[in-house]
Write a protein that binds this ligand. Structure first.
Ligand SMILES: Nc1ncnc2c1ncn2[C@@H]1O[C@H](COP(=O)(O)OP(=O)(O)OP(=O)(O)O)[C@@H](O)[C@H]1O
Ligand SMILES: O=C(O)C1=C[C@@H](O)[C@@H](O)[C@H](O)C1
Length: 264
């Protein structure tokens, strides 16, 4: 990560305290209070990503207010900011799995036991988080969206799809490397950006539809145009978190409307 990016992150993480939220124009504090009061919001699960080629198709699904999110989309970064604003505890699902496996890393679990063992552990972790904890923000693994049983648990709370263009994801991943992301390892030769882009594209083809199960979609492209920026890489994690609060709020309001007699 370059120095400018590090500085921007430091700035945005100190920006999140309560007074700073009060000063911001888009009512972020109001969102967090409304969300905190909502009894249904026991678990916020963050999932990620979106490539160009399927965008139109998914936008249609999103209007049914079901969606969710992939690797490097910022679940951990944004999830921590949201947890802090809400006063919730942040959990990283991958980290919980590693703890449960006595410190074996996700990459080592894939290598020594295979993906299916990892997926079982992932479901156990999501189940535990959704049934045993309240007031938590969870960063799920990017592949969690693939198993319907995981959705059963994730729907106990509100799930958020961090919808990041594939190219931006490939850029982030190329910058930090794929050592901790076993599904991105590839024998293909080429520059790291192109290799990451190709792998992400293949993974997307297998699971794209699944992200649309999430309760709320946070599109980085939409925030970029709303804020008048040129590129999604201009967005700070805090701006993304604020949009996430707005989308969660909107999801909860739609649900309220549907629960009322005469609601749509
Ligand atoms: N808005 C952003 N702009 C630029 N870089 C970002 C942004 N959000 C996160 N990053 C960077 O992208 C990388 C991945 O972020 P993060 O770990 O939060 O994603 P993740 O979705 O939790 O990834 P994974 O599922 O692979 O663990 C990190 O290096 C992080 O600093
Ligand atoms: O997208 C995925 O399938 C994965 C994402 C990571 O968070 C890890 O859960 C693991 O590397 C698999």
């Amino acid at each position: 990560m370059d120095l400018a990016t590090v500085q921007r992150f430091q700035y945005s993480s100190s920006w999140i305290d309560r007074r700073s939220f009060e000063g911001k124009p888009r009512g972020s504090l109001r969102y967090t209070q409304r969300i905190k009061e909502d009894k249904r919001l026991r678990v916020l699960a963050l999932a990620h990503f979106q490539p160009e080629k399927t965008r139109h198709h998914r936008q249609r699904s999103v209007s049914d207010k079901n969606s969710s999110g992939m690797m490097g989309s910022g679940k951990t970064t944004v999830g921590k900011i949201m947890a802090r604003a809400l006063g919730y505890t942040f959990f990283d699902c991958d980290a919980l799995i590693e703890q449960a496996m006595n410190g074996t890393t996700v990459a080592e679990i894939f290598e020594h036991f295979g993906e299916s063992v990892f997926r079982e552990k992932e479901t156990e972790a999501i189940k535990k988080l959704s049934l045993m904890y309240q007031k938590v923000v969870v960063s799920t693994g990017g592949g969690a969206v693939m198993r319907p049983i995981n959705w059963k648990y994730m729907h106990k709370g509100v799930s958020i799809w961090l919808d990041v263009p594939l190219e931006a994801l490939a850029q982030r991943i190329a910058a930090v490397g794929t050592a901790s992301r076993p599904l991105l390892h590839d024998d293909e030769s080429g520059d790291s950006y192109t290799v990451a882009l190709n792998r992400l594209s293949t993974i997307w083809d297998a699971r794209g539809e699944a992200y649309t199960n999430a309760s709320a979609r946070v599109s980085l492209e939409n925030i970029t145009s709303k804020l008048g920026y040129r590129n999604v890489s201009d967005l700070t994690p805090t701006e993304i978190a604020i949009e996430a609060f707005e989308q969660v709020q909107s999801f909860l309001e739609k649900e309220d409307g549907m629960a009322r007699p005469g609601g749509l």
